[in-house]
Design a protein around this ligand. Structure first.
Ligand code: AHR
Length: 525
């Protein structure tokens, strides 16, 4: 019955989509209509001890491609080109049974790794990660073990990394060859503690009690750290996500600076238009979390903001199930163009909600659901590498509130506008648009979700004029299923001939299934 329903929705979607007329759209932007500052920390990433992310990914001391510290030089170069601001470590599900002392100093203790079923040699640990993260120019963000770990163990880790000298663990770091503290500013209170799959899973009351006392001890050790509370994961847990999030912000409001949310999107039914709408789920969850945070702040009188950190996000639906999630080749997802467009849609959600989404970490960095994929001798950049790079290089400064008029479509998968009359409930706009203003540079990011048609669009700058050429960066490919592999990257960013335009209006036709950045200078009128 369920299959029949899914199939009929799928065919209905195809019929609706294929009968659409030629498309036109209008975009209006105004430099005075600012949503918020775009935090550089939304261009974060994540390294977990999982599959070939650490061993055979960033760290491969036996490889001719490795540097003196065992880091793959080609990987570091590709990471630097992504402009990653912050990297979360060491998990993920892994962290819930990770004991950091196993991975420091001369004697490393091999352990059974229970989350992803591997042998963890602990050859790579705190200090190796810090070296790596500094080499690629990013900030470290650590998660503590709130599953099988204790509050004392978490506190000692802060002492080891952040206290200059004196107490035992600060001195231990020095003995290990690191005279200066690592100054790790961002710390998360566990990972996906709402999920039954998590080692040491707790209910909301028990988690928040333990997390509050852990945070207290960590802050007493270093008052300057920023704390991230473990919010709802993939909405597939046994806990009600909104109740979980409300409890986390209520009980931890004195300690946390961010509420962490996780989301993975996918296309298991091969429904292109449905898949293209899925970033709207992220938008809706952002709205709901914003409301829950506002409620707590109002009720408790807290005046410092609690932000949202989407500290795991990506497309992930192929490498699932027992065989693909265990051992040394776990979670090796191979991405295509439609995945890259969904990634662009998720980045657009962060930009549109720049006032509250102040951190985001794509999961993960190398090989494991990742933009970079290696073998022993080389690497290639997956399709999802490119939208991330386009955004992290150009979508900076202030996020602007964009007016958009464009046709919409129905998917049967998603309804945003529950208040509309039934005939107007085609909720997914064919274009997904954000704009960023950095001094006099304006960048407009446009995803055309239409599979087959270009959308002729007029872009009007209100209260301003465009000055000089408009640079055009485009990401598309021969087909929505196009993908990249070693030595052959069909999907990558292309720079097109610039538009030479002045005045306050630009006409542009956004090609089907594409991401475009229009980059220009504006002058206020
Ligand atoms: O990123 C892969 C896994 O997804 C992480 O370990 C976990 O936090 C999430 O469920």
């Amino acid at each position: 019955m369920k299959t029949l329903y899914t199939l009929s929705v799928f065919f209905l979607t195809l019929v609706v989509a294929s009968q659409l007329p030629a498309q036109e759209a209008r975009i209006k932007i105004d430099p005075d209509r600012v949503v918020g500052e775009i935090s550089p920390l939304i261009y974060g990433n994540f390294v977990e001890h999982l599959g070939r992310c650490v061993y055979g990914g960033i760290y491969d001391p036996g490889s001719p491609l490795a540097d003196e510290d065992g880091f793959r030089k080609d990987v570091m170069e590709a990471v630097r080109d992504l402009n990653i601001s912050i990297i979360r470590y060491p998990g993920g599900n892994f962290v819930s049974n990770y004991h950091w002392l196993d991975g420091v100093g001369p004697d490393r203790i091999p352990r059974m790794e229970l989350a992803w079923n591997r042998l963890e040699t602990n050859e790579f640990g705190t200090n190796e990660f810090i070296k790596f993260v500094r080499k690629v120019g990013a900030e470290p963000f650590f998660a503590v073990n709130m599953g099988t770990g204790t509050m004392v163990e978490a506190r000692r880790w802060v002492e080891y990394t952040n206290v200059a000298s004196g107490p035992h663990y600060a001195e231990l770091r020095k003995e290990h060859g690191y005279p200066e503290p690592h100054d790790i500013k961002f710390w998360s209170l566990g990972n996906e503690m709402d999920g039954g799959w998590q080692m040491g899973h707790l209910n909301a009351e028990d988690y928040t009690k333990k997390a509050r006392e852990t945070a207290k001890l960590m802050k007493l050790t270093d008052r300057d750290i920023k704390i991230i509370g473990s919010g709802s994961s993939n909405y597939g847990s046994d806990a009600n996500p909104n109740q979980w999030n409300q409890t986390v912000v209520d009980v931890l409001h004195q300690y946390i600076d961010y509420l962490a949310l996780h989301l993975y999107l996918g296309n298991p039914d091969n429904d292109y238009y449905g898949f293209m709408s899925t970033p709207m789920v992220m938008e809706q969850r952002t709205d709901i979390a914003r409301g829950l945070i506002q409620r707590t702040m109002e009720e408790t009188g807290r005046d410092q903001p609690i932000y949202i950190a989407w500290d795991e996000w990506n497309v992930w639906y192929r490498a699932t199930g027992a065989a693909a999630t265990q051992g040394d080749r776990a979670l090796e997802e191979h991405y295509n163009l439609e995945d890259a467009l969904v990634v662009a849609g998720m980045l657009n959600v962060f930009i549109r909600n720049a006032d509250i989404v102040k951190m985001a970490n794509m999961a993960q960095l190398v090989n494991v659901i990742a933009p970079i994929f290696t073998n022993d001798t080389s690497l290639f950049k997956q399709t999802i590498y490119y939208p991330f790079q386009m955004f992290s290089s150009h979508m900076v400064g202030k996020s602007l509130d964009v007016f958009l008029e464009v046709d919409t479509y129905e998917t049967g998968q998603f309804r945003m506008n529950a208040w509309a009359e039934p005939e107007n409930q085609k909720d997914v706009p064919y274009l997904d648009v954000t704009a960023a203003l950095d001094e006099d540079q304006i960048v407009i990011a446009v995803v055309n979700r239409h599979r087959d048609q270009s959308i002729q669009t007029s872009v009007l700058c209100q209260e301003c004029t465009f000055e000089g050429d408009i640079q055009i960066l485009e990401l598309t490919g021969p087909d929505i299923k196009s993908s990249n592999t070693f030595g052959k990257e069909d999907v990558q960013t292309k720079e097109l001939s610039p538009l030479s335009n002045s005045g306050n209006q630009v006409e542009y036709s956004f090609p089907p299934h594409s991401l475009t950045l229009l980059i220009g200078k504006v002058h206020s009128r």
